[in-house]
Design a protein around this ligand. Structure first.
Ligand SMILES: Cc1cc2nc3c(=O)[nH]c(=O)nc-3n(C[C@H](O)[C@H](O)[C@H](O)COP(=O)(O)OP(=O)(O)OC[C@H]3O[C@@H](n4cnc5c(N)ncnc54)[C@H](O)[C@@H]3O)c2cc1C
Length: 423
């Protein structure tokens, strides 16, 4: 009997390992195996294969067990909860930035979140530390430090005390702390209030820890939904009368007369300090066509499984567009990939092979030399070589490149450090 039990155990393990290895192969093909930023490093010499990390991770398919060891599957989806490291009974997991071969750029910051450019602070995910609670807390701490510095110095009525860029968790935390400390501040946001949370898939479960919100009090959420979290933020904004200029983008910062000159898409301001709470996702390039502001238009694909039996247009000619089109095919979806060029010249060979397969089996249709001209509620209009083409449409995903925040940081002289698998 014990022998039979051992055999069954081995068989179950072997099957589980097989499933995990298949997921790793798929993640490598789609590019989601390579971590972008923070992720767990599992020391194989220490790992005893308890599986505690896999159970503890609140996200899906980032870790798995194979061959009696913890393995990374979709490392790029890691958002740094750190629950895996805390759960590991033998301390085999460390959270690291980047890998030995793929560096991750993190701005140099003092413990008070100030960059090497005096008066310019970075909080939240842009500084390398993800998660909602961390972002809020860093925003609050940076502004508390700024308030202390301003108290000590001479107050300039011609300039803001602080301009805060970004209204995600970090920018909201910073702005509320600015109200609490009576600062003369301005908050701008290029899109809408909420930050990356706005981009989560519908009804996504959000894990967060209790956090103290200035002017509002302790919020004891542990597990909530995207929608409930956004409702809570709107309630906070309303009750604290926080004013945020949405649709205004920060475009430059320079030194001027002992203060900072801040340029945005709407004007120019003088400020003693600037808090950059702009996240790491950058500014996606828009097509600039009518209807692009409809809620069915997105610039990232977070959860392909939320789509079934839908008409979806993917726009772009790089790996991201091709990977999204492939990930969306199946599930009864009708996927069209629109590209303005005449061939996919820049994509990885594996993506090319998979796209060819998807086109051959009819699960993705490609329209080359085409441009979107209008997005309507239930349709999308393309200009194609054969003339105007109207397609039935429920969702549009646009992958037309964009600006990364690190390029902006470098342009204003902020020092960036490249981390290769550093804790
Ligand atoms: C799919 C997914 C699921 C996640 N789930 C969780 C979870 O369950 N729990 C958790 O704690 N964390 C989760 N996270 C991580 C969490 O969302 C981020 O760590 C957090 O949003 C970071 O906050 P932030 O304020 O630093 O940046 P962001 O939330 O990215 O906000 C940055 C804001 O700055 C704006 N901005 C950018 N550039 C400019 C500019 N030039 N001018 C003006 N505004 C600008 C952006 O439009 C954006 O609104 C998840 C992340 C993802 C992608």
């Amino acid at each position: 009997m014990p022998v039979a039990a051992v055999l069954i155990y081995l068989l179950i393990n072997q099957r589980r390992s097989g499933r995990v290895e298949k997921k790793i192969v798929k993640a490598k093909e789609t590019g989601s195996h390579e971590p972008f930023s923070v992720h767990p490093y599992i020391d194989p010499a220490k790992c005893i294969g308890s599986g505690a990390c896999v159970k503890a991770c609140p996200e899906k398919d980032i870790l798995g067990l194979s061959g009696g060891k913890g393995r990374l599957i979709n490392a790029s989806q890691c958002i740094g909860h750190g629950a895996c490291a805390a759960a590991c009974p033998v301390g085999a997991i460390t959270l690291v930035f980047g890998t030995e071969t793929r560096g991750v750029d993190i701005p140099f910051l003092t413990p008070e979140f100030e960059t090497n450019v005096k008066g310019v602070f970075i909080v939240g995910e842009l500084g390398g530390m993800g998660l909602i609670k961390n972002a809020i807390t860093q925003g609050v701490e940076a502004v508390e430090y700024i308030a202390e510095r301003i108290k000590e110095g001479r107050r300039d009525r011609q300039a803001y005390d602080v301009v805060i860029a970004g209204a995600g968790p970090a920018g909201l935390g910073a702005s509320l702390a600015a109200i609490e400390h009576g600062l003369n501040f301005l908050t701008i946001e290029q899109n809408d209030i909420g930050g990356t949370v706005l981009q989560y898939p519908r009804r996504k479960i959000v894990m967060t820890s209790p956090v103290d919100i200035p002017m509002y009090g302790k919020v004891k959420l542990k597990e909530t939904s995207k929608e409930a979290l956004l409702d809570l933020w709107m309630d906070i904004v309303k009750k604290t009368d926080l004013k945020i200029r949405t649709g205004e983008k920060l475009t430059g910062i320079s030194q001027a007369d002992g203060a900072l000159s801040v340029t945005t898409s709407a004007g120019q301001y003088m400020s003693r300090c600037v808090v950059l709470a702009v996240g790491r996702r950058g500014t996606p390039r828009k097509l600039g066509v009518p209807g692009e502001d409809l809620p069915k238009v997105a610039y990232r694909l977070l959860d392909p499984d939320q789509h079934s039996n839908e008409h979806i247009l993917v726009v772009g000619g790089g790996d991201s567009a091709v990977e999204a089109a492939i990930a969306l095919s199946g599930n009864g979806n009708r996927v069209t990939l629109s590209y303005r060029g005449e061939a996919f010249a820049r994509i990885k060979p594996a993506n090319r092979a998979r796209l060819d397969g998807a086109v051959a089996n009819g699960s993705v249709k490609v329209i080359y030399n085409s441009n979107v001209t209008e997005i309507l509620d239930k349709k999308v209009r393309l200009a194609a070589p054969q003339g105007a083409v109207d397609l039935d449409n429920d969702f549009v995903y646009i992958f037309a490149g964009g600006e990364l925040p690190n390029e902006f940081l470098k342009s204003i002289g902020i020092r960036i450090e490249r981390k290769y698998g550093k804790a």
